[in-house]
Design a protein around this ligand. Structure first.
Ligand code: UD1
Length: 373
């Protein structure tokens, strides 16, 4: 009997599902893995399975790209018969991508319990598709695992029963710990020795779908590149828009790479003087690595990276980016400390909780004396 059907769909899911699958196996919980196929390129998907030792998915929905509605609906349509045939005790979803809400919604409506890993993060920016996915997934989840303490306050505000919420720490940092020694040295990924460099990732629709915003960002990056070489693994959405808007010349002089694998990215970040990003996960990974991060967004759903970590919000504003960059060059940037429970054991805390929780009847969330390691 399958106890937990685990779902992963897009690149940022893979580093979260890897330690969860390993911890479930270690604690003897019978799990299956389903890949929705939201991300499908070798560079966006397959390489992560290989690098992170994620078991081959038991089910693959092969949904591919589409508008948000099409992608979400396609996942839902194809997920339902799989759920019907597997009949798990619970469905486990991670993060905030379209696959997360799609599978959670199907499971909830079929009366199958939903477990959400990385619950309660809020940017309070509803123009972000991921924010909609977060809010809705949390509303229909039966058990919510959080990465930082601020998440519980967000969930309370939305009327989520705190008995359903468990603070376990950050599974993505489990993956980072497990793989840091195998990280590919930056010199190999770059094919050159750069004594100092910055890494840039850009893919949020708010930054890359609007031509003037993207132009201003690429221009200020060009300026930075004259002082500190900028390495940019290029997301397919960003590459497409740069071509569409005729901005290819703005990349001149930058070290452009295709989307890189997990171990390459880890090496690039670890060896960098500075990271500039609009990703969610990278804000957390740089905090764990102690590398200064300038986040090219107006807000973050991961406030602990600002309060305790190495992260600084600069938005897409050239002046703020220039100022923060100058501070890093002059003083080395924020030092930060490692947040509570970002210790490499989050997935094991999840598995121990599930050992107690899965046999309980639906609607019961906690037994006294639950073992949290
Ligand atoms: C999605 C997630 C976002 C995550 C990001 C990481 C949602 C709402 N968004 O956004 O949270 O941070 O992934 O990458 O779920 N494409 C490829 N090959 C692939 C995958 C995508 O070429 O393997 C192309 C698509 O055709 C599309 C573009 O990249 O043109 C965007 O992909 P999509 O998954 O729709 O959204 P992301 O912007 O990547």
């Amino acid at each position: 009997m399958t106890q937990v059907l685990c779902v992963a769909g897009a690149r940022p899911n893979f580093m979260k599902i890897a330690p969860v699958m390993a911890a479930l196996a270690e604690t003897g919980i019978a799990a299956q893995l389903l890949h929705t196929g939201q991300h499908y390129d070798a560079a966006m998907s397959d390489s992560f399975f290989a690098d992170l030792g994620i078991p081959r998915p038991d089910h693959h929905l092969e949904v591919g790209s589409g508008s948000h509605a099409v992608q979400t609906a396609e996942v839902m349509k194809r997920f339902e018969p799989v759920l019907e045939s597997v009949q798990p005790q619970a469905v486990l979803v991670v993060g905030d991508v379209n696959s997360t809400i799609a599978c959670a919604l199907v499971a909830a409506k079929r009366g199958v319990r939903v477990i959400h890993v990385e619950a309660g993060l809020r940017s309070y920016d509803r123009s972000m598709p991921e924010e909609i996915n977060r809010v809705l997934t949390d509303q229909i989840s039966d058990l919510l695992f959080t990465t930082e303490r601020s998440a519980l306050a967000n969930l309370r505000r939305e009327g989520v029963d705190p008995a359903r919420v468990e603070f376990v720490g950050n599974v993505m940092i489990d993956t980072l710990h497990r793989n840091l020694e195998q990280a590919v040295p930056s010199v190999r990924t770059l094919g050159a020795t750069l004594p100092q460099y910055a890494v840039l990732t850009l893919h949020r629709p708010s930054n890359v779908d609007d031509a003037p915003t993207l132009a201003a960002l690429l221009d200020v990056v060009g300026e930075i590149n004259r002082t500190l070489p900028v390495v940019m693994p290029l997301h397919p959405r960003t590459r497409g828009n740069i071509e569409k808007f005729g901005f290819t010349a703005k990349l001149d002089g930058l070290h452009i790479l295709p989307p890189v694998g997990y171990l390459e990215m880890l090496g690039l970040m670890r060896d960098a003087k500075l990271v500039l990003t609009d990703s969610g996960g990278i804000q957390e990974e740089t905090t764990a690595l102690g590398v200064p991060c300038l986040t090219l967004r107006e807000n973050t759903e991961r406030p602990i990276t600002l309060a305790e970590g190495t992260n600084t919000l600069v938005g897409p504003h050239p002046e703020a980016i220039r100022r923060a960059f100058a501070e890093v060059m002059a003083g080395g940037g924020k030092a930060g400390r490692i947040p509570e429970y970002w210790d490499g054991r989050a997935a094991m805390r999840i598995a121990y909780k599930l050992k107690d929780w899965l046999p309980m009847p639906k609607g019961v969330h906690a037994l006294s004396g639950t073992r949290i390691v």
